[in-house]
Design a protein around this ligand. Structure first.
Ligand code: BTN
Length: 333
């Protein structure tokens, strides 16, 4: 479905919503949208195909009975408290990758804060050239555009900031859960990955052109739908909470929280959030193995530095700051 088609369908949705539980006549819809009855009927059916329950009654018109948990702007807008993040919104039912899509939009002059969100990805990208499993209708696949006016090296701590927005949002919506940050850009619950973050930057030595933040979150995927190769390492909010969770609510919360954190981060870096990181750092005190440029190093997690580096205590007791790599816990304790 092309996004301009979707926009036209969404106009109808807004009018049905304004009806607030009453039938809206076909005539009113035709007049407000300046289209024929046939066009209205087609758009109503399009909305139904997206999962909207719309009752149609002769002489009364149309009534919106139930909305799906769909990540489209009319659903998210009532919950969005941001000034600029998500105020330009592109929903795509199916795409190769939201980050690739946004990358193409950047060359056309996309504004800062634009969000691209998909219901399904056919070539979701993960870190280190991996793929991100992105089945339809259950999870969040989201990318957004930033143009931070900071020195390029400072961007290394940005994935942690989005991680913080994700963990805060999970805790706000599901206070019984204990999401943890696994440096540099995973969120885990009960030792299993629930969210992955990917930051793509375009910069020169002294100037950032843009950063594309992409995150994928397992929200309502069922255990039986996880790929066998990730089933032991991954989980979803639904699995850990034991109930279906609103994707709209969690995404709105992440964007609201991130915008607030980002404003502080631009001025003070990670400093204001250090105690929160130490509290939710899953690697702290754990024996870990770091894989970096084909080499493996072992150490004990000793927290996260204000520059976003992982601090490792080496076997000789010295402390090393690491700014990139893949980490695995080898022993708890
Ligand atoms: C990782 O843990 O390896 C990072 C995964 C990031 C996946 C998200 S889903 C939305 C955005 N689009 C992509 O193709 N990748 C990111």
């Amino acid at each position: 479905m092309k996004s301009q088609d979707l926009d036209a369908d969404l106009e109808i949705l807004q009018i049905l919503r304004n009806g607030a539980g009453t039938y809206v006549s076909g005539e009113q819809l035709c007049n407000q949208l300046s289209v024929s009855r046939m066009a209205i009927w087609k758009r109503i059916n399009k909305l139904r195909s997206l999962g909207y329950e719309i009752d149609a009654r002769t002489n009364q018109g149309y009534l919106l009975k139930k909305s799906p948990d769909l990540l489209i702007y009319p659903e998210i807008a009532p919950l969005l408290k941001t000034d600029w993040l998500g105020r330009h919104w592109q929903f795509v039912p199916k795409i190769d990758s939201t980050s690739l899509c946004l990358e193409k939009m950047v060359s056309g002059g996309a504004p800062e804060g634009v969000v691209v969100v998909a219901d399904q990805q056919t070539a979701g990208r993960g870190r280190m050239g991996r793929t991100w499993f992105s089945p339809p209708r259950c999870n969040i696949y989201c990318s957004f555009l930033l143009r931070p006016k900071i020195d390029p090296p400072q961007v290394t701590s940005l994935p942690l900031l989005i991680g913080l927005a994700v963990t805060r949002s999970i805790r706000n919506i599901l206070p019984d859960l204990e999401p943890k940050i696994k440096w540099p850009n995973d969120i885990q619950i009960d030792g299993r990955k629930i969210c992955g973050i990917l930051c793509d930057m375009q910069a020169e030595m002294d100037q950032i052109h843009h950063v594309i933040i992409g995150f994928g979150m397992n929200v309502n995927i069922e255990p039986t739908d996880l790929l066998p190769e990730i089933a032991q390492r991954a989980t979803s909010l639904r699995i850990v909470a034991g109930k279906k969770i609103s994707r709209v609510a969690i995404l709105a919360s992440i964007l609201n929280t991130f915008e607030e954190l980002y404003k502080k981060w631009l001025m003070q870096g990670l400093n204001p959030f250090m105690s929160e990181f130490q509290q939710h750092d899953v690697l702290r005190g754990r024996q870990v193995e770091l894989e970096q440029f084909g080499r493996k190093v072992s150490g004990v997690g000793n927290g996260i530095g204000p520059d976003g580096a992982l601090v490792l205590q080496m076997p000789d007791g010295s402390l090393t700051n690491v700014i990139s790599g893949d980490v695995h816990i080898t022993r708890m304790g």
